[in-house]
Design a binder for this molecule. Structure first.
Ligand code: PLP
Length: 384
């Protein structure tokens, strides 16, 4: 179905942060499959994990124990606030699991009426009926009514609006610590801390969507770590599989207490192939120094992007984001900037607020930063 406005380019192979098209062109890939290829393309450790697993066992279903799933769950819970994990194939499914968990938690605790979740304007949680009902953005929901009831939308960052939206029926608050699709809008540390407090005061579950912001993207394993808070439940995907379809819903034992045998499921979720790759991604991301390296290269990159914005203020009006989840607020239409940058050999991703998202692999070096800055400067000159 023609649901995508695709760029007319076909890639045949990738290597690190580079993609090679069938027509011979080479691109610096700072789209990274929309923050999915966290370790770039054809990472030797991921290839080894995938091919070794491919020679042994692909899929058995969740009727049986899955060794790779157990080890990945153990490692994720050791590295985070979580005690328990449900594996999925995608972000939307990880988010759905979290939304169902919030409802089930209150149901099992004798509060079945606490079935509403507060969500935020310009949010993105995926394309299932549940996820579009939660985000309620016009472009997501048009023509897909009736939506799922149970989501109360408030402006992003507006604490009073959150307070006023809490009723006897509220069961949780769901937020992206940094809105990705919405335009790299960063929730302040104060706001995230205040949401945590509100949840504690009112017995609500704090449900973070870290599908885009997680797995090292901001220079911490998860973006909420910057705020020093922990959620009760969290959706993860994108970078977790490094390009293999994998997602996960992480939760505390308490929050997940209603998710007992038979209450939720997935045929493929967390199968041996996916979790072999997920474990391999985690090997690299949890290596001592890796996340420090992301923070270091981010500092360099952000500094260079701010120089660029200073040089071309009509084209790049503002630099947003954290770690390597970065956005450039554009003067010209963001889609035109993305297209020109692509023609010049750099891949980026458009987002809300007329932003161009810059989401390189977490493994880039200063040389790649300089190459990207050169292409963006060339692109900016073409708008002058
Ligand atoms: C990409 C994304 C999703 C949806 O993930 P899919 O794998 O496309 O279903 C949900 N939430 C956020 C924040 C995302 O960036």
């Amino acid at each position: 179905m023609p649901t995508y406005a695709r760029a007319d380019v076909v890639f045949e192979r990738g290597e690190g942060p580079y993609l090679y098209a069938t027509d011979g062109r080479r691109f610096l890939d700072f789209a990274a499959g929309v923050a999915v290829n966290a370790l770039g393309h054809a990472h030797p450790h991921l290839i080894k994990a995938l091919t070794e697993q491919a020679n042994k066992l692909w899929h058995t279903s969740n009727l049986f124990r899955v060794a790779g799933q157990e080890s990945l769950a153990t490692r994720l819970t050791q590295a985070t606030f979580a005690d328990t994990v449900f594996f999925t194939n995608s972000g939307a499914e990880a988010w759905e699991c979290g939304a169902k968990l919030v409802r089930k938690y209150h149901y099992e605790n004798g509060n079945p009426h606490k079935n509403r979740i507060i969500t935020f304007e310009q949010a993105f949680h995926g394309r299932t009926l549940g996820a579009i009902s939660a985000a309620k953005q016009e472009k997501l929901i048009k023509g897909f009514a009736p939506l799922l009831d149970g989501f109360d939308l408030v402006p992003f960052g507006d604490l009073d609006a959150v307070r006023n939206a809490i009723t006897e029926e509220t069961g949780g608050i769901c937020i992206e610590p940094i809105q990705g699709e919405g335009g790299i809008r960063v929730a302040s540390v104060e706001f995230l801390c205040a949401l945590r407090e509100l949840c504690d005061q009112h017995g609500l579950l704090l449900f973070l969507d870290e599908i885009q912001s997680g797995m090292g993207r901001t220079g911490k394993l998860f973006a909420h770590e910057w705020a020093g808070i922990t959620p009760d439940v969290m959706a993860v995907a994108k970078g977790i599989g490094g390009g293999f379809p994998l997602g996960a819903c992480l939760a505390t034992e308490k929050a997940a207490s209603g998710m007992t045998a038979g209450t939720h499921g997935s045929t493929y979720g967390g199968n041996p192939l996916a979790t072999a790759v997920g474990n391999a991604v985690l090997d690299v991301v949890l290596e001592p120094g890796f996340l420090d390296g992301v923070q270091r290269i981010s500092d360099v990159f952000q500094g260079r992007l701010r120089d660029l914005a200073g040089q071309f203020p009509a084209v790049f009006k503002e630099v947003r984001g954290q770690g390597l989840l970065l956005g450039l607020v554009c003067g010209p239409t963001n889609g035109d900037v993305v297209a020109k940058a692509r023609a010049n050999g750099l891949l980026t991703v458009p987002a809300g607020d007329n932003v161009v998202r810059v989401l390189p692999p977490l493994t880039i070096t200063e040389a790649h930063v300089e190459e990207a800055i050169g292409i963006l400067a060339q692109t900016a000159r073409e708008f002058a």
